[in-house]
Design a protein around this ligand. Structure first.
Ligand code: UGA
Length: 439
């Protein structure tokens, strides 16, 4: 089987590499020439554990190709995935210009039957628009070519994307024809060995499934963050409450960790987009509007605690920040809570010295010299007034409290991810602020 994946962003590159790894011939296409040149040499543009090695080995085995020519890649393809970006428009809806441009290009060059699959997260109704754009171009050429469209949303988590792709919980595919269904079934067969299902449905339902999944996950987090804030007020501990409710199988113990708010390129964007979709259809998604509001509030909770400890004038104070990425195992800082905390601290007159195990380059690109950067976690503590933990990287989990105590001016820790045991931190003489726990 031969496939092409258009768009070598996060989703496209991970998907293409994993398909190649099970023996499918894959061409990854992108209009960015520099990116394609680099990829041909095995230089990958993102940080994702295990990806680089996998790209190298599949290039060597002659199964993974990179190209800037969509036209060439169509020649022998059975399936084309559209995995280009859908950045939020100014009003929060997903911008489809890249997806539809790819569709038009396919329409201009398609010469045999293939299945055209949207893999980017797209609003309900997009596959229909893709089909119309392709049909339109084919008609302009005055020829007849049979094709099908399908929707195949991805559920990859950054930092764990390869495992998520190779051993998926489920694969969701929206199709309109048996022929397309058969093709997709064959393509995904190697990934279904763990007994998990491929779920076929109609196209709008597949498109909706992606938004519903991310919205449900975001809702769980905002719910827990709201509960955490109430726990603090009434003297309860959210970590105990989490264990208490998570052991009920109907609730489940995953994705119910309170923290400094959810970030990343997916939840904030998708929650906004689904609210917008509802809005455009005359329906108000009250619950998701609240989910978003709670999350925006949550990103400021750490700064409220800092003000509680030090007041609102932070002139000449220095804060050490552990973690910059929106979560561990990625260098992605999109919508990261760290950005909100940094901005607020600077506004209040403070300086920030930060360390992150992998996101330092990305931080320098985004923040430049607005903050200082440290060589390791302890380096940023020198002359700092307090420590703020904002991303739960493993290497922050068992720190040497004696060294922290020696280096910090004030013995204060703000823990935005509840990674320490309050008793241990307090025993070491620190003031300790965390989320939803009366420390
Ligand atoms: C998310 C979904 O989990 C994937 O299934 C989906 O494919 C992806 O979006 C997407 O749409 O492409 P991702 O954004 O990589 O994946 O990150 P998550 O691991 O889901 O974490 C999102 C945010 O929630 C992070 O900021 C994380 O710190 C926060 N979070 C997560 C919590 O605050 N508490 C939790 O219990 C879990």
């Amino acid at each position: 089987m031969k496939i092409s994946i258009v768009g070598t962003g996060y989703v496209g590159l991970v998907s293409g590499t994993c398909f190649a790894d099970v023996g499918i011939t894959v061409t990854c296409v992108d209009i960015d020439e520099k990116k394609i040149e680099n990829l041909k040499k095995g230089v990958i543009p993102i940080y994702e554990p295990g990806l680089e090695t996998m790209v190298h080995s599949n290039i060597e085995k002659g199964r993974l190709f990179f190209s800037t020519s969509l036209k060439d890649s169509l020649e022998q393809a059975d399936v084309i995935f559209i995995a280009v970006g859908t950045p939020p428009d100014e009003d929060g809806s997903a911008d489809l210009k890249y997806v539809l441009e790819v569709a038009r290009q396919i329409g201009k060059h398609i010469n045999h039957y293939m299945v055209i699959v949207t893999k980017s997260t797209v609003p309900i109704g997009t596959a229909k628009k893709v089909k119309a754009a392709i049909t339109d171009e084919i008609e302009k050429r005055g020829i007849e070519v049979d094709f099908d469209v399908a929707s195949n949303p991805e559920f990859l988590k950054e930092g764990n994307a390869i495992q998520d792709f190779l051993k998926p919980d489920r694969i969701v595919v929206g199709t309109e024809s048996e022929k397309a269904q058969k093709m997709m079934n064959r393509l995904y067969k190697p990934f279904l060995l763990n007994g998990h299902p491929i779920i076929f449905m109609d196209i709008p339902s597949a498109e909706m499934t992606k938004y519903a999944a991310n919205s449900m996950l975001a809702t769980k987090i905002s719910f827990m963050n709201d509960m955490a804030n109430l726990c603090e007020i009434v003297g309860a501990d959210i970590t105990s409450v989490r264990k208490g409710i998570g052991s009920d199988a109907r609730i489940g113990n995953k994705f119910i960790y309170a923290g400094a708010g959810y970030g990343g390129s997916c939840f904030p964007k998708d929650v906004k987009a689904v609210i917008k979709t509802a809005d455009l259809n005359g329906y108000k998604l009250r619950l998701l509007e609240a989910v978003e509001e709670v999350n925006n509030h949550q990103k400021h909770v750490l700064v409220s605690k800092i003000k509680e400890q030090f007041g609102t004038n932070l002139n000449n104070m220095i804060f050490a920040l552990w973690g910059l990425s929106f979560k561990p195992k990625t260098d992605d800082m999109r919508e990261a809570p760290a950005l909100v905390v940094i901005e607020e601290l600077i506004k209040l007159g403070a300086k920030v010295k930060a360390y992150d195990p992998v996101a330092m380059e990305e931080a320098k690109r985004i923040l430049g010299d607005k903050i200082e950067y440290g060589a390791d976690p302890y380096d940023v503590l020198i002359d700092a007034d307090a420590l703020i933990v904002i991303t739960e990287w493993s290497e922050f989990r068992i720190p040497n409290f004696k060294v922290i105590e020696k280096l910090l001016k004030n013995k204060v820790i703000f823990d935005g991810r509840n990674i320490y045991e309050p008793a241990e931190v307090l025993e070491n003489g620190f003031s300790y602020y965390s989320i939803g726990r009366a420390a």
